[in-house]
Design a protein around this ligand. Sequence first.
Ligand SMILES: N[C@@H](CCC(=O)N[C@@H](CS)C(=O)NCC(=O)O)C(=O)O
Length: 213
Amino acid sequence: MRLYDSFGTNPRMVRFLLLEKEVDVPRCEIDILGAENRKSDYLKINPAGQTPALELDDGAIIAETVAICEYIEEQHPSPPLIGSNSTERAITRMWWRRAELNICHPMLYGFYFGDGLEIARDRIRCLPEAAEGLKARARDGMVWIDGLLGGPWLAGDRFTVADICLYCCMDQFSAGQPIPESCSNLKAWFDRVGARPAAEASIWKERPMGMRG
Ligand SMILES: N[C@@H](CCC(=O)N[C@@H](CS)C(=O)NCC(=O)O)C(=O)O
């Protein structure tokens, strides 16, 4: 097995998950800032030109962070970070989806179309005029999730991949898109996730534009 790994919120999620599960996977580092991921050799691995990707021993390639995390959880169920029964898994996936759709996606594209335009403009279709609206949408999502947080973690008493997903995204973009002042529950949650040893241990060695990926 081999993980195509790099700076960035999505590969960091996989590193975070692996650390929590104490699973070691050999890595192949991809220089995404140098756009190695957009060149033909890497496009043969992942036609989407993105990291992470997981190559299995039989040569199969799994791209998309959600699919990779689901695969790792099935192979290494303990500790459960998606869930150990149908209800737990469904609740985790619900929170994972809420986090992605309401915060991570608008936050990421708010960055790509704004402060990160120089990185993104030759890779994806960019809509700079949408940057401020997307950042506002991410702020709305943070306020919404802040109001829903009823336990230490998104899914209540269980620390899950939904926490990892949201944390990795917010940690990378927090300088340009901070947690709104009013969101005390979300701030406390963010500090709780940040205090887990895997949070620090999963950070990429370089910090482009000062970002923690
Ligand atoms: N939908 C993909 C998104 C992966 C993604 O956006 N990866 C970023 C790193 S966090 C990337 O490869 N960026 C470089 C680029 O798009 O050129 C997933 O969930 O894995």
